[in-house]
Design a protein around this ligand. Structure first.
Ligand code: SAM
Length: 293
């Protein structure tokens, strides 16, 4: 008999070992994460937030029972969601991230001296506070003058900031809870309006295998607005089935034409010019999803 746990997604097995069971979309598939210790949990006004320690992933941020980022392999997600749009733009000065209060992508953006301002718009101040305490190697720096931490709803923020950003990074969670709004059709229009004429945006667009409709919806909404829309793939061990997609869109800049020289000299663990190029090569079954066949 498994023992019921007060936190959603958590269960103890017959040997008293704690697991997180994360449901994958509507696929009726569950992925289990064995927990070494539950370090912290609390209910914020928006979601249940917990931090656990694990053998394989290190420390993990979990929101409403879904693992979001880990200290072990979070560099993959953080590098691929930030360096690709930054390099595609070539010389961004003003960057904003919607979501991502853990600040992983913001730390990557700080590696570019040309970036003068990074606005991180996170709805839940508790996420920032808890990541700062528990994921110290993966949280926001104090004393980084270019970083503005803004605790607001991202949808309101970008509606109020038109034509200002060179790069927007939409580090959104699954389309549940407060993140649901970041998948609505009007959000894509606000994103378009918030970018400068040569602006570039990237969206976390889900697993192409399990969240096909999320990816299709993202591409459809973006193609109605932007002339350049491209999906790229990343292998993320923390996420179910490992294959994950990001979708980039721009009014002018094409990632396939990007100058990758800067990447050769940037301190990273995953991305380099070859990975940048290769991530845009899609298997046929994903090409069909992307092309709407
Ligand atoms: N990189 C991880 C991933 O994709 O799994 C982390 C993403 S997680 C940090 C997404 C963040 O978006 C959460 O911290 C959540 O609080 C925040 N968020 C959700 N809805 C939001 C909204 N409407 N505006 C701003 N931030 C939001």
């Amino acid at each position: 008999m498994t023992e019921k746990h007060p936190l959603s997604g958590y269960k103890k097995d017959d040997n008293g070992v704690l697991w997180i069971w994360s449901y994958v979309g509507q696929a009726r598939v569950k992925m289990g994460y064995k927990v070494k210790s539950l370090l912290h949990y609390e209910q914020s006004s928006y979601q249940q937030i917990s931090i656990v320690d694990t053998k394989w992933y290190g420390k993990m941020l979990v929101l409403d029972g879904t693992p979001q980022i880990s200290t072990g392999e979070g560099f993959i997600y953080n590098e691929m969601i930030s360096h690709v749009p930054i390099i595609t733009h070539s010389n961004p000065k003003k960057v904003a991230m919607i979501g991502g209060g853990d600040c992983g992508p913001a730390r990557e953006a700080m590696k570019y001296d040309g970036i003068q301002q990074i606005d991180v718009v996170e709805i839940d101040p508790k996420v920032t506070e808890i990541c700062r305490t528990w994921l110290t190697s993966a949280s926001c720096y104090d004393g980084e003058t270019r970083l503005n931490m803004i605790h607001r709803d991202g949808i309101d923020w970008i509606q109020e900031h038109k034509g200002v950003y060179d790069v927007l990074i939409i580090d959104r969670p699954d389309p549940v809870g407060p993140g649901k709004k970041l998948f609505q059709p009007d959000f894509y229009q606000y994103v378009y309006n918030s970018l400068k004429d040569d602006g570039v945006v990237v969206f976390q667009s889900g697993s192409p295998y399990y969240n096909t409709s999320t990816l299709q919806g993202t591409i459809k909404n973006l193609k109605e607005l932007f002339p350049i829309v491209r999906t790229y793939l990343v292998t993320i061990p923390l996420f179910p089935c490992g294959i994950w997609s990001f979708t980039i869109a721009s009014k002018k800049m094409d990632p396939l034409q990007a100058d990758l020289t800067k990447l050769e000299h940037t301190d990273t663990q995953y991305i380099d010019p070859e990975i940048f190029r290769a991530s845009f090569v899609l298997p046929k079954y994903i090409k069909e999803i992307v092309d709407g066949k």
